[in-house]
Design a protein around this ligand. Structure first.
Ligand code: SF4
Ligand code: SF4
Length: 546
């Protein structure tokens, strides 16, 4: 096996040892088809020809001489702007298993590539914190056996849906119904929601595939899955289609896409599933959204009402709102009014120690249809590395604290809490989601897991790929470049979305059945949770098991 490298190094130039990923290339296998170089999204490898001198010494004749060999093969760029991102596309397309990336363990050298021109490092993807999360370590340990009946996951009927929107206490509900007063709108939905990924962050084919999959889940399988748009609106045809009822429209501090939405209201055939007002997100708390210019295509520019090819940062806060009270009065009520008080409206905030204060303001306001908290492990299309890695609060304890606060007030069934940020980070999506639900969430939002399970996203927590921000996504998931996004077949994405939700439904039943629970989602059923960490058990108020 031969590691390839540039032959033009000087004492101060970079070598492949300095880069985060090293390409190994087997000269003996390579047939020079060129597929690897054609598919590489960053141009990290190139086909090259070298004439190499091989010194030769003829001892018997006491003569020195030279032989020449010709190298034709693949080499790795050592230019930082073309560094390998470890996506592995080259190895996927190579017909001869002749090439592939390997992570460089010499981590300190990556300082070379992280602050070019004084700019702090930005990337897409998720927090680089490999290993089990707290949610992965929670187990369901109160199993109905001879004490009360366990159920058969394969044969019993299960009600695993949840409610999005404010739920009035029964006496209040009956009183309002009798007097014809307004009753807050609610939706019965599947508790695993496709989290906010914008049209702009995602490619048109990815968006279409997600929507097709969601529609199939609802209309054919009867799984009421909904998906959130993220900031930036959604394609105008969706706004005027019957599929809008599966969509949670997000409004954020840049208000991108909302001209189109407001203009489309008179022509809407149905109401959206909900309105999400984004005040913060787990991947970059206290920071606004950022769609980098690489991804602002003609279509995206038109939808967002901006010129083509400009960076689109949203402000960190909604400019006219300085407190949660003001936000509830201005934004939540205004958005409710825009849709005739028929659509649940809820805020999305970053995981933070101030989450409880926000919640307590929402509890007092009848227009607030829930609260979504996005924890520190949340992913993003683009963020400063330092925000993604080091800012925010883990979701499990943050949401638990909020839920217990509602319990103390006796109002835990009124305002639904939703959790996001790292659900399914290590692949255990249903286990993580049900753990959050039993800690008090009414449902969970999943983003990156869906990108991986539905479209084969290559990113991971070890710095692989994660170039979602610059529009060169090798799978075509987060690119606006047609050459790249046509690699992704929307029908395949839809098929995988459906497979994913069917799998989650089966696993949900497999968790609910042994608990003896079939008629409602076990929201807040924390007596059935255990963890092998005494401090975490104490903090989350669940069983310590060892
Ligand atoms: S792993 Fe990806 S970025 Fe690296 S050389 Fe192969 S295709 Fe290019
Ligand atoms: S495959 Fe695309 S979406 Fe996944 S990490 Fe890479 S750039 Fe991002």
């Amino acid at each position: 096996m031969v590691s390839v490298r540039s032959i033009y190094n000087t004492p101060s130039s970079l070598t492949y040892h300095d880069l985060p990923w090293i390409i190994t290339h087997r000269e003996d296998r390579c047939t020079l088809c060129g597929q690897c170089t054609a598919v590489c999204p960053v141009g990290a490898i190139y086909l090259t020809y070298r004439r190499q001198r091989v010194p030769k010494l003829d001892v018997l004749k006491k003569q020195r001489g030279n032989e020449y060999r010709h190298f034709v093969g693949i080499r790795q760029q050592t230019d930082v702007s073309k560094r390998c991102i470890g996506c592995g596309m080259c190895s996927m397309v190579c017909p001869n298993e002749a090439i592939g990336p390997h992570p460089n363990t010499n981590e300190n050298r990556s300082a070379f590539v992280r602050s070019q021109k004084g700019d702090a490092f930005k990337r897409g993807g998720r927090r680089n914190a490999p290993g089990k999360t707290i949610l992965d370590r929670i187990s369901f340990d109160r199993i109905s056996m001879l004490t009360d009946p366990a159920l058969d996951a394969g044969r019993h009927e299960f009600n695993y849906n949840t409610i999005l929107g404010r739920i009035l206490p029964p006496e209040e509900y009956l009183k309002r119904k009798a007097s014809g007063e307004w009753i807050p709108p609610t939706r019965e939905i599947f508790p695993f929601i496709i989290g906010s990924m914008s049209f702009g962050a995602l490619s048109p084919n990815m968006w279409l595939g997600l929507l097709q999959g969601v529609a199939y889940c609802n209309e054919v399988l009867g799984i009421p899955v909904v998906m959130a748009t993220g900031e930036g609106g959604c394609p105008p045809w969706i706004l005027k289609s019957p599929f809008l009822k599966y969509i949670i429209l997000q409004i954020a501090s840049g208000y991108f896409g909302w001209d189109e939405i407001i203009r489309a209201i008179p022509e809407m055939q149905c109401d959206p599933a909900a309105i999400e007002i984004k005040y913060g997100q787990g991947a970059k708390p206290g920071d606004g959204g950022l769609l980098m210019w690489f991804k602002v295509s003609k279509l995206i520019a038109r939808l967002r009402g901006v010129p083509e090819g400009v960076d689109l940062p949203s402000p960190p806060v909604h400019q006219t709102l300085y407190s949660i009270e003001e936000s509830v009065m201005k934004m939540i009520q205004t958005m409710s009014m825009a849709f005739g008080f028929r659509v649940p409206v809820y805020p999305k905030i970053s995981g933070s120690t101030s989450a409880k204060a926000v919640l307590n303001n929402l509890v007092r306001n009848p227009y607030a249809g829930g609260l979504l908290i996005d924890g520190i492990d949340g992913g993003t299309g683009a963020a400063y590395d330092v925000s993604m890695e080091a800012t925010g609060h883990p979701i499990a304890s943050n949401l638990r604290e909020c839920y217990l606060d509602l319990v103390a007030q006796g109002r835990q069934n009124e305002i639904p809490l939703f959790a996001a940020g790292g659900i399914g980070k290590n692949g255990n999506v249903t286990q993580n989601g049900l753990a959050m639900i039993m800690l008090g969430a009414s449902g969970v939002h999943i983003g990156k897991y869906i990108m991986q399970s539905a479209a084969g996203c290559l990113g991971n927590e070890m710095g692989r790929c994660n170039v979602c921000n610059v529009g060169i996504c090798p799978k075509g998931i987060t690119s606006q470049n047609e050459k790249l996004f046509r690699r992704l077949d929307p029908d395949d994405v839809a098929q995988r979305v459906v497979d994913t939700f069917m799998m989650i439904r089966t696993e949900t039943k497999k968790i609910m059945a042994p608990l003896g629970r079939s008629q409602s989602l076990p929201i807040g059923m924390s007596d059935a949770l255990g963890i092998d960490d005494a401090d975490a058990a104490e903090r989350l108020k669940i069983n310590y098991i060892c």
